[in-house]
Each structure stands twice: as structure tokens, then as C-alpha cells.
Design a protein around this ligand. Structure first.
Ligand code: S3P
Length: 446
């Protein structure tokens, strides 16, 4: 008798390879869009109703911070219940009586730093878990303070949380960012909502544009210019109006199934209703260029965001090469793509991905360490990885090292290894993908 393909015991998941992934899977709502709908809805006039909200730990952190500032946000439940945010207007956030806890969520902390900097006469302290307190916040606090006149204080000259923000009248400006980061860009645009003049953000490469799209949909004056949309200008003066938001499935969560089905023999999956914003679809293009059987069907648009259904099945794969221009369009998918590289024929290269070292963990180091535990040969460089495939992996004891995307990526490697693997810290997946292990069991026919 074949043993169960997946066993979940508390924080540990044991995976037995040998089965394929088959069926249909609805991925949960897009994390980036969920955060923005909560935050922008909070400072709009009137109610915002969010359908398809991601009910995971990260957006819950955002909702909890907003509640602590007097915004009524209905519970983020796992079912299909829409979330209603009762907007308090651009000047309506109240001074919280306690520290705001952003948990593991960089998006919560960075976007709030921008939004709260302009809340005149109110004081806020933001903190987070052990991972977030080590992540660089100077990339947000420094331009906010130096170019817009914000007052943010914290360790290492405002580079690390906990951070204190004294809300004040901000000024506009033209700000060139040193890294393409949607979190930095979004923080500056949100700060611009209450600035005395327009704020322009110029990025070295275009990052995801969900903030621009959503701010426009709520009535803000946002102009996108420059080659490839690298220049974004927000002109203050308009109030925002609450909206009905439909959140598509998260392509970053879909990526685990796309890679899983592409590399595990006999697999075939359908993923309806996945967000296909072109600033996010690098993973789809890379897999297609590798020769994956991956089709997009039924392309459409909902609340200003492109969406489609994805069909993917196992096939022989070739290698890929990812450089700095592409990294912003698949920055969260590199751990999963590293697993795809292990099973592709030839040498895959990732460079210009230094940003991965300051994500929830140092993902270049953690993926290298964990994959090596399975016998993988992985070359870690200063800003990327080189992986020559195809490789045979052996089942092993693995650890997410608290990183949600590492936990889910390792599951794919484990399902294509020889012998069982046990993943410690598997509950980290709940940061962005509640129900991941349950869905995995169902798709494996367990
Ligand atoms: C996010 C932007 C990205 C991404 C993160 C979510 C966002 O971070 O890695 O998971 O919602 O704006 P950076 O903007 O720092 O690259």
C-alpha cells in the first residue's frame, strides 16, 4: 500500500514523493492588492468592500494596525465573505494607544510609514517580528525624511524598526529610488496624498504598479510616464472615494503550482482567476521560455487588473537566465524557480537579485542551504544562483527558517526527490497562503 503523500503534524509536514499534482486550484487573493485595498480604503471617504481578500497573516497585520487607529474593518475570514472597510478620510486616522505590530509584513510597515508620516500632530510607533525588525527601512524612512520632511526615528538613523513617526505636514518632491521596490514607491505615493505639492518617484526599473492602479481607481491624480512607466507622479488635493474591489488570485501563490506541475511527472493543473498584471508575470514568461506546457486562457480585466485562467502540465524543461531587468517582475518567485532549475536540462542563472537577501529571510542563502541538504548542487553568488540540472535529490529534514515562500518551494523539491522529506516550520506558509498544505494534499490525491 502506498503511504499518504502528505502528513501534517503541528508545525511539521512530511512529504512522500511519487504522486502527481492534478485537478483545479483556486489560489488565494493577491497579497499586494489586499494590503492596498485595506490601506487606501481606510483613508477614503465612505465604505470600501473587498471581495476575494487574502485572509492570511500579512493582511491581517495591516487590518489590525488600521483598527488600532480607529478604522472599522470587518473580520478577514477564510470563507468568501467580503471585507468592509469604513473609510475615515485622509486626515481621519487616530493616534493609537499602543505600538502598531506589523508582524512579518514588510508591505504593512513600509506602506504605513508613508501613510502615517503625513498625519499631522499624531505619533505612531511601528514594530514587527524578529525578521521584520532586521529588514531595511532606511530605503523608505530616508527619502520620506530627506525629500518630504517627514519625522521618523529609530535604530541606526531610522534604518530599523521599531520606528517612531511624528506625523507632520509633508512637502512634495522628485525622488529617485536606488532599488526598484513597489513598497518604497507606494510609501512615497501614499505620503504624497497629504503633501503640499506633487511627489514624483523615479525608479531604476519599474516595480509592480498595483498602488498606481488602485489610487487612480479611488480618484487620486496619478500620472505614469517615462520609459516603461518608471516615472510616477501623484498630485495631492483630491479626496479618495470608497470602492468595490475584486482581488484576483495571487500569481505569486500560483507560482508554486505552476512550478510543481511543470516539474512533477504526470501533473496537470488548472488555476482559474489568477492576476496577470504585466509587472508580476515574469514567472509565467520564464516557465514558458523553459518549454513548460503553460497556457493562459480567458484573459479579462477586473477592477483595473488583468486576470486569466492558467493551465499547466508536466513537460521537459530547458534552463533559464534571469537578470536585473526581469527581477522586479518575479522577485518573490525566485525560490520556486530555483527548484524548477534543478529539474531542467542545462545551467540556469539568476543574477542581479541581491534584493532577495533582504526579504523575509536571505532567500539566496536559505534556499542554497536547504536544497544542499537534499544533495543539490547549487552555486550561490553575491547576487544570485547558478543551478545546473537535471539533478537527483534525496529526501531530507528541511527547514523553512520561518520563510513562507521557502516552505512552499521546498515542498516542490521534496515531491520530486527520492524518499520522504520532513519540512520544519511549515506553518510559515500561512503568512501568504493559508490552506496551502491542505490544498497540496487534495491535489496529490491524498
Ligand atoms: C510587495 C513588493 C515586493 C514583494 C513583496 C510585496 C508589495 O517587495 O517582494 O512581497 O506588495 O509592494 P519590494 O517592493 O520591496 O521589492
Amino acid at each position: 500500500m502506498q503511504s499518504a503523500p502528505i502528513q501534517v503534524e503541528g508545525n511539521r509536514v512530511t512529504l512522500e514523493p511519487g504522486r502527481s499534482l492534478r485537478g483545479e486550484v483556486m489560489v488565494p487573493g493577491d497579497k499586494s492588492i489586499s494590503h492596498r485595498a485595506l490601506l487606501i480604503g481606510a483613508v477614503a471617504e465612505g465604505n470600501t468592500t473587498i471581495h476575494g481578500m487574502l485572509a492570511a497573516e500579512d493582511p491581517r497585520s495591516t487590518a489590525e494596525c488600521l483598527r488600532a487607529m480607529g478604522v472599522a474593518v470587518s473580520p478577514l475570514e477564510d470563507g468568501n465573505q467580503p471585507v468592509v472597510v469604513q473609510g475615515v478620510g485622509l486626515d481621519g486616522l487616530q493616534e493609537p494607544v499602543d505600538v502598531l505590530n506589523c508582524g512579518n509584513s514588510g508591505t504593512t510597515m513600509r506602506l504605513l510609514l508613508g501613510l502615517l508620516s503625513g498625519c499631522k500632530g499624531r505619533y505612531f510607533v511601528l514594530t514587527g517580528d524578529g525578521s521584520l525588525r532586521q529588514r531595511p527601512m532606511g530605503r523608505v524612512s530616508h527619502p520620506l525624511c530627506q525629500a518630504m520632511g517627514a519625522s521618523i526615528h529609530g535604530r541606526a538613523n531610522g534604518a530599523f524598526a521599531p520606528l517612531g513617526v511624528s506625523g507632520c505636514q509633508l512637502q512634495g518632491g522628485v525622488i529617485g529610488t536606488s532599488v526598484p521596490s513597489a513598497q518604497v514607491k507606494s510609501a512615497l505615493l501614499l505620503a504624497g496624498l497629504t503633501a503640499s505639492s506633487s511627489v514624483s518617484v523615479i525608479e531604476p526599473n519599474r516595480s509592480r504598479d498595483h498602488s498606481e492602479r488602485m489610487l487612480k481607481a479611488f480618484g487620486a491624480d496619478v500620472q505614469v510616464n517615462g520609459d516603461y512607466g518608471r516615472h510616477v507622479r501623484l498630485t495631492p488635493g483630491r479626496s479618495l472615494r470608497g470602492q468595490e474591489v475584486h482581488v484576483p488570485g495571487d500569481v505569486s501563490s500560483a507560482a508554486f503550482w505552476l512550478v510543481g506541475a511543470a516539474v512533477i511527472p504526470g501533473s496537470r493543473l488548472r488555476l482559474p482567476h489568477v492576476g496577470l498584471n504585466p509587472t508580476r508575470t515574469g514567472v509565467v514568461e520564464v516557465l514558458q521560455a523553459m518549454g513548460a506546457q503553460l497556457q493562459v486562457e480567458n484573459r479579462r480585466e477586473i477592477t483595473g487588473e488583468p486576470v486569466g485562467d492558467l493551465l499547466v502540465q508536466h513537460s521537459a524543461l530547458g534552463p533559464f537566465s534571469i537578470g536585473p531587468d526581469l527581477v522586479p517582475r518575479l522577485v518573490d518567485e525566485i525560490p520556486a524557480l530555483a527548484v524548477a532549475a534543478l529539474f531542467a536540462e542545462g545551467a540556469s542563472r539568476i543574477h542581479g537579485a541581491r534584493e532577495l537577501r533582504v526579504k523575509e529571510t536571505d532567500r539566496l542563502a536559505v534556499m542554497t542551504r536547504q536544497l544542499r541538504a537534499m544533495g543539490a548542487v547549487v552555486e550561490e553568488t553575491a547576487d544570485g544562483l547558478v543551478i545546473e540540472g537535471p539533478q537527483k535529490l534525496r529526501g531530507a529534514g528541511l527547514d523553512s527558517e520561518t520563510d513562507h515562500r521557502v516552505a512552499m518551494s521546498l515542498a516542490l523539491a521534496a515531491l520530486n526527490a527520492q524518499g520522504p522529506s520532513r519540512i520544519h516550520g511549515a506553518d510559515a506558509a500561512g503568512v501568504s497562503y493559508p490552506g496551502f498544505w491542505r490544498q497540496l494534499g487534495r491535489l496529490l490525491g491524498g
